[in-house]
Design a binder for this molecule. Structure first.
Ligand code: HEM
Length: 610
């Protein structure tokens, strides 16, 4: 049985009810106001860098993006660009922030999903794209590889031999007094070097005989240029989904790169299994990783090997080729520096006046390289002004949990901190009033001994636990190349007035296609009285018979390629003709191509900021 409860509303109880309700509403209002006040006051405690534009400005200024960033950095050490995504994009030139992000709180900053998603299609799970265990694993294996004497000796031999090969090519241009695109030759030569050292394979890009290698190199370079667009276009995923424009081309290029790499790795695995435990022919980096993959097959799949090796090509090719190209541009602009380097090289490597390229190159050793402080300084100065890894790709760190940067700026989980080596090299507050001048002397003490810089002020190789693994390797290669070439040639720009622009790719390269006439910067302003404006190079005679051999080898190689790929080449080379006629034709054809190239490829080695 249920008892009925009756609630009787008397006027008093009704009053009580309404006053209680009113009190409740008032209390809620008070709590809400209190909460809002707390939020406002705590927001006031947050400090963010000043907003200096939007990420769309970067797209607008794409072709001169580094100068755009430099101009803003001159006003703000640290600033923000607004973006439609929810995270903050923070840019800095402040060494204290770099040290904090790259070292002090290293574990809280990394490539993150942001970089990984952008890079994955091309870089895969290679060292440049990953964090955590995958990074640690590759870093450990690669550090071990780089520290071995065997790799040092092996790479030294390759660098010296490729420097001499390059000298032969330069010599043929010099004798015919032709202009040439120095960056193109460096790109081919460093590609040959990194492939030989990385994978034990002779690619022959420089002499033009390795057709597959050249196709790979072209696809690789194009892929590197296209992937950068993703950093600047917030809608790249839609473009990829629709498979149009740059994304469609990128997909095609990656397919070509993959095809070549998978073939190469399979061949190398077969070769290694056939040579067994013999230590010869296993000095290359890929062999070391393949050996590891046998111990750890689950982790180190074929795809993982592909990613690892591709990242080494990315690391070692364009960076050194780009630096060498800018270096030669800068020493052309500053002939007194070129002269000093020439003298230093001659003192460090004693040789007869008529020494051949090959003999001179192979006589270079660690001791002579260590003596070249001025050359080391000039290369470092080049890296300060034109750091090859200037692009956001290599210089952005994603924040993993809320933090406060030096200077008191708040960063939240998912925000991105970019450091800017290109802008940093131009900051007067870091380098003094002559920040924009090319002055190798700033790296030397009173006795002419090279003085390294704080890596957080000079982050061309990054700094902290993820500092470039190939730094010493790169300096050695660049010093060998520069020493051999400056010893035998005197370099001049084909057009002193041409204004060179950089190309925005994953690496800071000279843009061969773009340029205009105007005053070039970064020179010493002195006229070189010996300069002959008609010629690019002044040649110090070398051994001509060696050059002739090279010419013939090149023609023979061209013929070999033509035979291998009849379908494509039959148009140009008629295989039914006798060998003599073919060689004659190939020579003429080669001459024509050279002349055409020299007309088209005006060397864009001059530079001025807009
Ligand atoms: C002038 C030449 C070079 C410059 C300026 C340079 C610069 C850099 C920079 C800025 C990074 C950091 C990239 C990032 O975190 O995404 C890096 C990383 C790296 N570099 Fe270099 N590099 C050069 C040459 C080389 C060479 C020749 C090799 C080897 C063949 C090499 C191997 C590496 C590797 C393996 C890493 C990854 C390190 C890691 O993430 O732990 N680099 N380099």
């Amino acid at each position: 049985m249920y008892s009925k409860a009756t609630i009787a509303f008397s006027p008093e109880t009704a009053m009580d009810f309404f006053s209680l309700a009113a009190a409740g509403v008032l209390a809620l209002l008070a709590i809400f106001t209190f909460a809002v006040l707390i939020r406002i006051s705590s927001r006031r405690r947050y400090k963010f860098p000043p907003v200096a534009g939007t990420v769309f400005h970067q797209l607008y200024y794409f072709r001169r993006i580094y100068d755009y960033q430099t101009e803003i950095s001159q006003k703000h050490k640290t600033f923000r660009l607004l973006s439609p995504d929810s995270c903050q994009h923070i840019y800095t030139t402040d060494p204290a922030i770099l040290e904090y992000v790259l070292k002090t709180n290293f574990l809280n900053y990394g490539k993150g999903w942001y970089n990984y998603e952008i890079l994955k299609d091309m870089f895969g799970d290679g060292i440049f794209a990953v964090d955590g265990d995958k990074w640690r694993h590759q870093r450990k294996l690669a550090s071990f590889g780089f520290s071995t004497k065997a790799l040092r000796d092996f790479s030294g031999v390759i660098f010296k031999s490729n420097a001499a090969k390059l000298a032969h090519v330069f010599s043929s241009y010099a004798t015919s007094n032709e202009k040439f695109d120095i960056q193109d030759l460096f790109m081919k030569s460093t590609m040959d070097s990194i492939f030989r050292i990385g994978f034990g394979v002779e690619l022959n890009c420089l002499d033009g005989s390795g057709r597959h290698g050249i196709e790979f190199a072209e696809a690789f370079d194009a892929g590197n240029e296209l992937i950068v667009i993703r950093y600047l276009n917030p809608f790249w995923k839609i473009v990829r989904y629709l498979n149009i424009g740059s994304e469609a081309t990128l997909k095609m290029k990656i397919k070509l790169v993959d095809k070549y790499l998978y073939e190469l790795i399979s061949i190398r695995i077969q070769q290694l299994s056939s040579i067994g435990n013999k230590s010869s022919n296993k000095e290359d980096i890929l062999s070391k990783f393949i050996e590891e993959s046998i111990k750890d097959p689950e982790r180190m799949t074929l795809q993982y090997l592909r990613d690892i090796v591709l990242n080494f090509v990315i690391a070692g090719k364009d960076t050194t080729a780009g630096t060498l190209s800018w270096f030669f541009y800068l020493i052309c602009k500053n002939p007194h520096v070129q002269e000093k380097i020439y003298k230093e090289v001659k003192e460090a490597i004693e040789a007869d006046e008529d020494v051949t390229f090959d003999a001179f190159s192979s006589s270079i050793n660690d001791e002579s390289l260590h003596k070249m402080h001025y050359l080391h300084a000039a290369l470092s100065e080049t890296l300060r002004i034109f750091p090859p890894a200037a692009m956001v790709i290599k210089d952005s760190k994603v924040c993993f949990s809320d933090d406060i940067l030096p200077g008191g700026y708040n960063v939240r989980k998912g925000d991105i901190v970019y450091y800017q080596p290109y802008a940093m090299g131009r900051m007067e507050y870091l380098w003094g009033k002559d920040a924009e001048s090319f002055c190798p002397e700033r790296w030397l003490d009173d006795n002419g001994i090279f003085q390294p810089e704080n890596p957080y002020k000079f982050p061309a190789f990054q700094a902290g636990p993820r500092i470039c693994l190939g730094k010493e390797f790169a300096y050695r290669q660049m010093k060998i190349f520069a020493a051999v070439l400056v010893r035998f040639f005197k370099f001049k720009l084909s057009d002193e007035k041409k204004v060179v622009q950089y190309k925005v790719t994953t690496t800071l390269l000279i843009n061969e296609e773009e340029g205009s006439n105007g005053g070039g910067g970064l020179g010493d302003g002195e006229e070189d009285s010996e300069t002959d404006p008609e010629s690019d190079l002044e040649y110090v005679p070398g051994d001509q018979s060696e050059d002739d051999d090279l010419e013939l080898t090149q023609i023979r190689n061209e013929l070999k390629v033509a035979k291998e790929n009849k379908k494509e080449k039959l148009k140009n080379v008629k295989l039914h003709k006798d060998l003599e006629t073919v060689i004659k034709e190939a020579t003429l054809d080669k001459e024509k191509r050279r002349k055409r190239k020299s007309k088209e490829a005006v060397v864009n080695i001059s530079y001025a900021r807009e």
